[in-house]
Write a protein that binds this ligand. Structure first.
Ligand code: PEP
Ligand code: MN
Length: 365
């Protein structure tokens, strides 16, 4: 990792003093949509805020039957945006064909999507097809699930093939039933990966973390101020309500530019020390854990309700002392290895058990 750290080429990101901003629609849809969005972002002083224009050309969709990307035609529109505005263009690649077409169309920034990062075969295929393309910037989105080794593994595969302008994109992690986010930030992993590869640039993608527009700028601010992210990838569309994919999370170019302007004008005033930053970032880690605890509590209560009905059908008592003893014992044992005091677990599980009995009594009636 030391060699990799030493040889990562940060020039593309360090050359711009401010956060590096990639923006543009989730998917390329039509020439009119690409040009309207790009013009909105890059008009007047927009070019000093936005450094790269993005659009998905091939879209990985969870279910078949949705729009799966416009394909090669869209690459021509992107190339025109680059020619007209002199900025980087960026898109997602998921196999060697995509890479080849991107090279042919002068795409500057290629990113590996969250679903592809989970698959070492695909990452290797992409890395192999990039041999000799040392000027390309290649960004690796975090895998869908919080596996930091897989994320680093993808970086290593690219590095071994000679790519040096490598960066990361933090787009959040899938969790079953997240209360607030489309993909939970799991900020802890950002801290961990920065610890392992401190030199690698990291951009935050608040669009795919939030899944809607409500917290986009809150997450953007936090990623840069408290987690030292080097930039953002934010989805924008000239008319988000008409977007063919991720309509709920896209914003208009004007809204993005307003945010970036106020961010820049405040960033000098808002200087914070390392201790202040650590305080805020650790508070966010606690908030996330609390969110998980609440989500798990609600799951537990739902199951208690179902148990009440089953016990009524079986005509057995709600209180089953054997079962209760087993729960208490196994929890204390699990906690012991993790350094959690026995009394704390006893108190917590007593409360949980009392609540569970109350719920079951209610459903039995
Ligand atoms: C995207 O950037 O539009 C995208 C599909 O992202 P992700 O791979 O993070 O889901
Ligand atoms: Mn998207």
């Amino acid at each position: 990792m030391d060699v990799l750290n030493k040889n990562i080429d940060r020039s593309w990101i360090d050359n711009c003093n401010n956060p590096f901003i990639i923006s543009g629609p989730c998917s390329a849809e039509s020439k009119m949509q690409i040009f309207n969005t790009a013009n909105g972002l890059l008009k007047n002083e927009g070019k000093s805020y936005v450094h790269a224009f993005r659009a998905g050309i091939w879209k990985p969709r969870t279910k078949p039957g949705n729009f799966e990307g416009i394909g090669i035609e869209g690459l021509k529109w992107l190339r025109e945006v680059k020619k007209n505005n002199g900025i980087y263009i960026a898109t997602e690649v998921a196999n060697k064909e995509h890479v080849k077409l991107c090279i042919n169309h002068d795409v500057d920034i290629l990113w590996i999507g969250a679903r592809s990062t989970t698959n070492p075969f695909l990452v290797q295929e992409i890395a192999d097809s990039l041999v000799g393309q040392n000027d390309k910037i290649v960004l690796v989105k975090n895998p869908i699930h919080p596996d930091i080794e897989l994320w680093i593994g993808a970086v290593e595969r690219l590095y071994k093939k000679g790519i040096r302008k490598i960066g990361l994109i933090h787009r959040g992690f899938y969790t079953y039933k997240s209360l607030k986010y489309r993909n939970q930030p799991n900020w802890k992993l950002v801290l961990e990966i920065k610890n392992i590869i401190p030199e690698i640039p990291i951009l935050c993608d608040p669009s795919h973390i939030c899944g809607n527009r409500d917290r986009l700028f809150d997450i953007s601010n936090k990623s840069i101020r408290y987690f030292n992210c080097d930039g953002l990838m934010i989805e924008s569309h000239y008319d988000p309500s008409k977007a063919w994919s991720d309509s709920n999370q896209q914003i208009t170019p004007d809204i993005l530019l307003d945010f970036l302007k106020s961010f820049y004008s405040n960033s000098n005033k808002d200087y914070i020390t390392k201790n202040q930053r650590d305080l805020e970032s650790f508070r966010l880690l606690i908030d996330e854990l609390d969110e998980n605890i609440i989500s798990i509590l609600s799951e537990r209560m739902n199951i208690s309700r179902k148990l009440g009905i089953i016990k009524k059908n079986l005509d057995i008592n709600i209180l089953q002392p054997n079962r209760w003893n087993i729960i208490m014992k196994q929890s204390i044992n699990l906690g012991k290895d993790l350094g959690i005091p026995e009394q704390l677990l006893k108190n917590i599980f007593k409360l949980l058990h009392q609540e569970s009995i109350k719920i079951q009594n209610k459903t039995m009636k």
